[in-house]
Design a protein around this ligand. Structure first.
Ligand code: PLP
Length: 387
């Protein structure tokens, strides 16, 4: 097979052609600053508001609850840091306490570490071996100064979909803000913030066919979250900085298309994913399938191959034109296993052999079969070389 086989859609997706087409006029012709008063600027302003309306409708939010950001990382930082800031403003001299899970993306984990250094408390909720937060044990972790519960909608490594509605209910019952990092879920799963009781939600355009460097944070109207970036009056004084107009337009288009195509694409991708899982589990010995079988993103398959280093396997797959991610990273000669694998209790030796395959609409069954054939030989060779 001459063409590249891209099986890393959780890392990023190709921009949809319609998205590029929608963005181009705002890069070439309509470059006006949306904050200006003349008609040329109005054109940009209108485009931003159209995108906001589309995005709000996809999650059943109000338009004024959508704030554009530079992506998932910024949205996550904003939600956590300013929830802690809001608590301190309302309780002078007292730091807030944050509840989250140990399998969050680094955009959350590292933000929590920063907040800990600043005096906040952080508790990581227990998760089971499939990565599901154990809701029954969450309530006992709530403290008097707990201000926010933040749990991801779906995990980026193992694809597990978290019990978001139950967690949101628990947050509401205890008067906490409920935030969810939906970077891997938005555009792939139907989300209803009203019905689910979500107070804040982070999303990122490049994970659903949009451009890189743009995302949004949904903030329920009743939450007076302070602004995170100070400067001009953009985004109703909540997020300063001249808007990334082409990026926002592209994200709006990608949101519209991904929601329109969601059902059909999920069915198509799941069929390929299931074949990949079936063949790997049947044809490669000593493999563990990671994550939850049922509560799982349709496009995600993650395995730990005993006796190999996932990162080396990913490099060998790359020589065959196949792009996948490993859960491990080699630094200074040592293989560092992912915090997600550690948190779900995978023994270190096995966790080193993690490989993540995340499929997209452009993949074919032929690509899946080709990948399994190559992988079989790579794993076998690596195991032989290790003895
Ligand atoms: N949260 C999750 C779950 C992610 O998977 C990612 C990116 O991989 C991020 C946050 C960060 O998003 P961005 O790349 O837009 O900064």
């Amino acid at each position: 097979m001459n063409k590249m086989i891209y099986l890393d859609h959780a890392a990023t997706t190709r921009m949809l052609p319609e998205v590029l087409e929608a963005m181009t006029p705002y890069q070439k012709e309509y470059y006006g600053n949306p904050s200006t008063i003349y008609e040329f600027g109005e054109k940009s302003r209108e485009a931003i508001e159209n995108a906001r309306a589309v995005i709000a409708s996809t999650i059943h939010a109000r338009e004024e609850e959508i704030f554009f950001t530079s992506g998932g990382t910024e949205s996550d930082n904003w939600a956590l840091k300013e929830a802690a800031n809001l608590y301190r403003r309302n309780h002078p001299g007292i730091h807030g306490h944050i509840l989250t899970s140990p399998i969050e993306h680094h955009a959350i984990i590292h933000t929590c570490q920063e907040l800990t250094a600043m005096g906040c408390g952080v508790t990581y909720l227990p998760v089971d071996e499939t990565g599901l937060v154990i809701v029954g044990k969450a309530e006992e972790c709530i403290r008097e100064n707990t201000c926010i519960l933040s749990v991801m909608y779906a995990n980026n490594e193992i694809g597990t979909i978290e019990p978001v509605e139950e967690l949101a209910f628990l947050a509401k019952k205890n008067d906490l803000i409920f935030h969810t990092d939906a970077v891997q879920a938005y555009g792939h799963l139907p989300i209803d913030v009203r019905r689910s009781g979500i107070d804040m939600l982070s999303a990122s355009a490049h994970k659903f066919g949009g451009p890189k460097g743009v995302g949004f944070l949904y903030i329920r109207k009743e939450i007076d979250l302070p602004s995170f970036i100070q400067g001009g009056a953009q985004e109703s004084n909540r997020r300063a900085g001249t808007e990334n107009v082409p990026g926002i337009v592209g994200m709006g288009k990608a949101a519209e298309l991904s929601h329109r195509r969601m059902g059909e694409e999920n069915r198509r991708v799941k069929k390929m994913r299931d074949r990949l899982v079936y063949r790997i589990m049947r044809e490669i010995p000593d493999v563990k399938f990671m994550g939850n079988m049922k509560k799982r993103l349709s496009n995600n398959a993650n395995f730990c191959f005993n006796g190999i280093v996932g990162e080396s396997a990913a490099i060998l797959l790359d020589t065959q034109g196949i792009c996948v991610s490993s859960g491990s990273a080699c630094s200074t000669g040592q293989t560092e296993v992912s915090h997600v694998m550690k948190a779900i209790g995978v023994p270190e030796g096995l966790a080193q052999g993690a490989l993540r395959f995340t499929l997209g609409a452009e993949n074919t069954m032929e690509e899946i079969d080709y990948t399994v054939e190559k992988l079989k030989y790579i794993v076998e060779d690596m195991r032989k070389a290790a003895v």
